[in-house]
Structure formats: structure tokens, C-alpha cells
Design a protein around this ligand. Sequence first.
Ligand code: CO8
Length: 262
Amino acid sequence: MAETWVRSELWEPGIYVLRIQREHALNALNEQVLDQLEETLNALESKADARVVIVTGAGSKAFVAGADIGAIHGIPNHAAAEQFAERGQRLFQRFQDSPLIFIAAINGYALGGGMELAMALDMRIASKTARLGQPEINLGIIPGFGGTQRLSRLVGPGRALWMVASGEPVTANDAQALGLVDAVVEADELMAECMRRARTLAAKAPLALKAAKQMVAGSRDWTLAEGLAREATAFAQLAVSDDGREGTAAFLEKRQPQFRGQ
Ligand code: CO8
């Protein structure tokens, strides 16, 4: 029977924790892990109560130490290599495009494909002990799951090229200074900090939360004109929704709003 490398569990109403648990290989991503990540994403998206998902790695050492190097070495030819890269790229893009909000809880090494996964998620909170990097150059390859593109957009092309072409990892604090992670906390406070943020988000009006996610995540890819057009449409839908009416009425009536996700 296939091993379970990815697990998700309901933590609190609206909040799930997704854990990549291939600890003996520092949670490295092989085809089975990618398959299970996709199945887990499908399952989470089909849950009516899901709002925010905290993504982390099992153990205290690694978030994800990359794509599985043995699997990369075993790729038979150019077409299969391209397929593997595109497979990962499509999957990670699905996290970016999903209506759910994903918080990366970076609990240790986030290298190669692991850093690429973290970058495709919506927010990145790192433990002080985490190390992030794109070391593929040291294997004679480059990132293939979106790293060259997302890193450049996140930190600018000069800093991205330094990380990709030198292969040197950065500390969590340096990653924060670069804009690669949003906050750094003590290792034993990582899940609590992610949970605090998840709770804040999960309590918001559900349709507005989804739209906020999709507009901001989409802004990574859209032109400004396209993004503005989409924002106006999403704003209009929300402004005349029941929750939009309720939120504005509650403000005017000086009471707490009761959002129903409609
Ligand atoms: N793949 C497979 N196994 C791994 C990986 C990995 N990426 N990382 C660690 N492991 C394994 C080790 O082989 C070791 O296994 P074993 O106990 O059987 O020897 C176990 O995990 C523990 O690792 P270490 O003993 O090496 O632990 P250390 O504390 O000494 O070192 C490091 C930790 C620094 C994280 C080290 O393990 C390391 O450098 N790992 C590799 C990091 C790396 O190069 N990542 C990038 C991989 S390439 C990639 O991600 C490309 C993505 C795009 C792919 C597109 C495909 C076409």
C-alpha cells in the first residue's frame, strides 16, 4: 500500500493544517508527494468550511528540502524532465489560484522545490532556525517549479539571480529583509503565530476573504489594467451581496455584523 506523505486535518473551524511528512528525506517532493498534495488540495477546496490552510513540514528540521534528488537523477529524457517541471509548476499555480488562503509555516529548510512551494503560497512565516535557498545550481540544474519567476517577482531580479546562481541559502532574518518571508518567530511559536493569523482571517466575511485572496494572488500575474478590471468586478459583486449590505449596515447602526457568506 502507498505511504501517506501528505496529511491534512481540521484544526479549528475554518482552519486546516496540511503537513508534508516524508521526514526521513527531509520532506523532499517526489511524484507520490506531488500526487498527494494535489489530492489534498482538491479535498480541501471541496470543503465548504475551509478558509485558511497552514502548510508545514513534519519534524523540526525541514519544511521541504526540495524536489527528490534521486527522482530527478532518474528522469530518463528531456520530455520526461519537462513534464516533471510542468507538473510541479501547474500544481503550485493551483495553490496560488485557489480561493483558499495558504500560510507557509517554514519550520526548517525550505530549499529548491520547497522554497518554490512556499513562494506559491500566500504568506510565509518562518522559524528563526529556517534556511531558505535555491541550491539547484550546485546540482548542475536550475529551479524548475517556478522558482526563477516567483523569486524574481518577490525580491527583484538582482537578488533573485544571486540566490539562484550562487545557490547560497539565506537565514530566516535575511529572508525577511529580502521580502521573501513576512515574519520570523521563535521555533516554538511558529504554529501559534500562524494560527493567530489564520484565526484573524477565518473570522472575516467568507466571500470577501476569497475575493481578497484571488485579487492579491492574481496581481502577481496580471497586468495592472487586467487586475483593476477584475477588482472592479469583484468589488461590485461584494458591494451588493448580502454580506456587503450587512457589513455596511452594521457600521451605520453601530453594531457587530453577522456575515453569512452570501
Ligand atoms: N532529495 C532527496 N533526499 C533528500 C533531499 C532531497 N532534496 N534532501 C535531503 N534528503 C535526504 C538525505 O539524502 C538524507 O537521506 P539519508 O539519511 O538516507 O542519507 C536525509 O534526507 C537527511 O539529509 P542529510 O543527511 O543531508 O541532512 P543534513 O542535515 O546533513 O543536511 C541539507 C541537510 C543541507 C538540507 C541537505 O540534506 C541538502 O543539501 N539537501 C538537498 C537540498 C537541495 O539541493 N534541494 C534542491 C533539490 S533540486 C529541486 O528542488 C529542483 C526543483 C525543481 C525540479 C524540476 C524537475 C525537473
